[in-house]
Ligand binder design. Structure first.
Ligand code: SAH
Length: 451
């Protein structure tokens, strides 16, 4: 089946642009920051709350309640505030948007994720009804390519009930249109309106959170570049111990970072994260990021998979260990200051895959966690090389160039050696920066290609 899938389906030409959301070491966000203190690693730029005696006389922020807020609260507001959040009102992807993601780089990405989902479905015993859930589907491109790539495997596509977990009404509409959905007339429940994708005749429903996806069916969950958008708390080692970094309003009404004068509620999550790490790992760090929302989401995923069967695939950029200081802002394909013009730039942080593993294992003894492995290993083991060769057999010269650069971006490392165009447009490989991890019900055995 894997082979058949890799050899069929037509080629589509994708427009390419350059900025992904991970930052390569030499392009670390802190070097891209402006002269503002917001991204400086130098703690002397960060003021302490108690130094700010006139804090109560500072002008109130128009956007937030008074007093410093955690970076996690700031990040959540900036990204998903229902009125002004970065994702809420516009399409932020691609050359015209702010950044590019793997599904937008090449059709092969969604097709390979489809191969993974079909293999898991086979390991699950080919159930005739399955919830296929995508968390944060962006433009819906991954799902479109998955369905188109899998469309010949009727038993699989006919089993699917698709659930898109998306907070942005604008992106929900875009997903609806890209999946070529038709709404069903007979549904009374406006909040859970059911549509059918005419690509494969598959029912599609939208939800604001995973908890709202009905349980009771075996479930396959896909989270591509979703975890990196979840809000992180940042801690910094000071003479009095670990302090949480907060966002405050300065005298001139601009935002600035301050350190919390005493332990904050998120310190509990810092302690939890540190318990999962070796003492030496923590000892060498003076910054630590923790993402309680990622821990909670992973627990929800693990519990769902434990009760309903199935598995989850998480692909993102990040580390298999404690993340120090990775929060970054991108606007129009350029790194910008985190505090500049909130809501107009994407904020994202490295994903702590080790924390995901611990959260899943802590939540349920019925699930097993596999990986992370690099995106290059993941796509290579699923057969992307055969797929690109098959597509190259039957395409125009332009499509061939787009396929080759797309392939490099997905699996390569560094600048593409074959590139002859301008240096600044050289395709940069995402193959080792992005990692893939699977959480599956132990009944399914070890998922492809983690054996
Ligand atoms: N997976 C897509 C998009 C990644 S960007 C791709 O790879 O192209 C993150 C996506 O998650 C966007 O669709 C954004 O609107 C959505 N999102 C971010 N935070 C969310 C939240 N808290 N709840 C639901 N969706 C969220």
């Amino acid at each position: 089946m894997l082979r058949r899938l890799l050899l069929q389906a037509p080629t589509s030409c994708r427009r390419l642009s350059n900025a992904y959301r991970y930052s390569a070491p030499s392009h670390s966000p802190r070097f891209f920051s402006s002269s503002s203190s917001s991204q400086s690693p130098n703690s002397s730029f960060i003021e302490h709350v108690e130094d700010n005696a006139n804090h109560s006389t500072s002008p109130p922020s128009a956007t937030f309640r008074g007093g410093p807020i955690s970076i996690a609260e700031y990040m959540e507001e900036v990204l998903t505030n229902p009125k002004a959040g970065f994702y809420i009102n516009r399409d932020v992807f691609g050359a015209e948007g702010d950044f590019i993601t793997s599904p937008e780089v090449s059709q092969m990405f969604g097709e390979m994720v489809g191969v993974w989902a079909m293999c898991l479905w086979e390991q699950m015993g080919q159930p005739n009804k399955v919830n296929l859930v995508e968390l944060g589907p962006g433009r819906g491109t991954l799902m479109v390519d998955l369905l188109r790539g899998a469309s010949k495997f009727k038993n699989f596509t006919e089993s699917l009930q698709i659930h898109m977990v998306e907070c942005s009404p604008t992106l929900q509409k875009l997903q609806h249109s890209n999946l070529k959905c038709k709404d069903e007339d007979n549904t009374d429940d406006k909040d859970n309106k059911r549509s059918v994708s005419t690509l494969t005749g598959t029912p599609v429903t939208w939800h604001a959170a995973l908890e709202q996806v009905p349980s009771g069916l075996p479930t396959i969950i896909i989270a591509h570049e979703f975890y990196d958008a979840l809000p992180v708390h940042q801690f910094q080692k000071a003479s009095r111990g670990w302090c949480e970094k907060m966002v405050d309003v300065a005298e001139d009404s601009s935002f600035r970072f301050v350190l919390s004068p005493q332990p904050t509620p998120a310190t509990l999550f810092l302690m939890k994260r540190c318990k999962w790490a070796a003492t030496e790992e923590i000892a060498k760090l003076d910054h630590i990021e923790v993402c309680p929302k990622a821990m909670e989401l992973t627990q929800t995923i693990a519990n769902r998979i434990s009760s309903d069967g199935g598995g989850a695939l998480i692909i993102d950029y990040g580390l298999n260990g404690v993340v120090a200081d990775s929060l970054q802002a991108i606007r129009k394909h350029k790194f910008v200051d985190i505090l500049d013009n909130p809501g107009s730039a994407d904020l994202s942080a490295y994903v702590d895959f080790a924390s995901i593993r611990h959260s899943a294992e802590e939540a349920s003894g019925d699930v097993s966690v596999h990986g992370p492995m690099t995106q290059s290993q993941f796509l290579g083991s699923l057969g992307i090389n055969f797929r690109v060769d098959a597509l190259l057999q039957n395409c125009t010269d332009d499509q061939a160039e787009s396929l080759r650069t797309g392939y490099w971006r997905l699996v390569g490392e560094g600048e593409a050696p074959f590139w002859e165009g301008p240096d600044e447009e050289a395709p940069i490989g995402m193959g080792t920066r992005y990692l893939a991890m699977a959480i599956v019900n132990k009944r399914q055995g070890v998922p492809v290609p983690f054996q």
